[in-house]
Design a binder for this molecule. Structure first.
Ligand SMILES: Nc1ncnc2c1ncn2[C@@H]1O[C@H](COP(=O)(O)OP(=O)(O)OP(=O)(O)O)[C@@H](O)[C@H]1O
Ligand SMILES: [Mg+2]
Length: 310
């Protein structure tokens, strides 16, 4: 079956001549959660705007559910829900009306029970009669999410949905995203919170300077690129790494109290057992041993730097 979202060599040149997308090709499968990571100005919002039909790619093609976003705009747009990065709400409208209106715009039959459920899940039910300008910033973000969900989209775009919201909403949002995924909704989110991608994404895409540097299963990415560290605290400090341990990737920290061993998580052997034997033969007595793994954040920062250098 064709992918839910198909992007083929999409380029976007803005009116001033700036090329914000330099040929992006990507398939997004039905029911997956894809997190797009990238620094400010990478082209994330531009890409989302092109998929949602808010902006048109200068060349290349994009389809949603098989509908071309330019030539079959209506078919494509009806499948899509968007939580935009910028709050764009009518200040004097009431929460309830705003959300109901959006459902209507998408031509869906009135379903108050469904909208009530959405508002309750976003802790907005008590605020349903409040005007938008009477809400806090985080509450406005919740309204944006409610609007995007109001017409039961098959593909949901969340453009930095949790920027500037409290921990509680972030967790609520993650839970909602999980529920939506379980009901078959395809979700694409951008985020600067790498822990967010780590927590909810199936796949991670890294975009920088208008190019997609990589798209990969999150778990595979973390195994492939992740380096682990074993931190070994010594009973007695040492002045230098002993000669007989020179074949291991070791550094000395903490004024000689800690040996740090870096190893590749994807390597067949970690070398830890041999290191332990060699250490004991070198007369080193261990006090404590801890491991730590590279986070997605370390991987991401490394990639974007490599991309800049290229
Ligand atoms: N309407 C526009 N006209 C001209 N240039 C634009 C326009 N919109 C965006 N750009 C430029 O395109 C580039 C990508 O912007 P975009 O908003 O897609 O980045 P982003 O990855 O979403 O960044 P952020 O993380 O800051 O939201 C930037 O250099 C930006 O200045
Ligand atoms: Mg953006």
């Amino acid at each position: 079956m064709a992918a839910m979202v198909q992007i083929r060599d999409a380029r976007k040149v803005y009116a001033g001549g700036f090329e914000a997308l330099k040929g992006v090709t990507l398939d997004i499968e039905e029911g997956e959660i894809l997190a797009l990571l990238g620094p400010n100005g990478a082209g994330k919002t531009t890409l989302i705007s092109c998929i949602c039909g808010i902006s048109q790619p200068t060349s290349g093609s994009i389809t949603v559910g098989g509908h071309d976003v330019v030539t079959e705009y209506r078919g494509a747009r009806s499948l899509v829900g968007l939580v935009p990065q910028e709050v764009n709400l009518e200040p004097f409208e009431k929460v309830w009306n705003t959300v109901r209106f959006t459902r209507g715009v998408f031509g869906r039959p009135r379903d108050d029970a469904h909208l009530e459920d959405i508002l309750r899940r976003l802790s907005l039910w008590e605020k349903r009669d409040a005007k938008i300008n009477e809400l806090s910033g985080g509450m406005k973000r919740r309204v944006l999410i409610a609007k995007a969900l109001s017409h039961d989209p098959s593909v949901l775009f969340l453009d930095e949905p949790t920027a500037g919201v409290d921990v509680e909403l972030r967790r609520d949002m993650w839970r909602i995203v999980e529920d939506l995924k379980a009901s078959g909704v395809t979700i694409i989110l951008t985020t600067h919170y790498i822990e967010e991608a780590e927590a909810i994404a199936d796949r991670v895409g890294v975009i920088s300077g208008g190019r997609l540097l990589l798209v990969e299963e999150k778990a595979a990415l973390m195994t492939r690129m992740g380096r682990k560290e074993l931190r070994i605290d010594l009973q007695e400090p040492i002045g230098a790494v002993p000669e007989r341990l020179s074949e291991f990737d070791l550094t000395l920290e903490d004024e000689g109290h800690t040996l740090v061993y870096s190893y590749d998580t994807s390597a067949e052997r970690t070398g830890i057992a041999r290191l332990m034997t060699e250490m004991s033969e070198a007369g080193l007595v261990l006090r404590d041993v801890r491991t730590s793994q590279n986070s997605l954040e370390d991987i991401f920062v490394g990639l974007v730097h490599e991309g800049d250098a290229a």
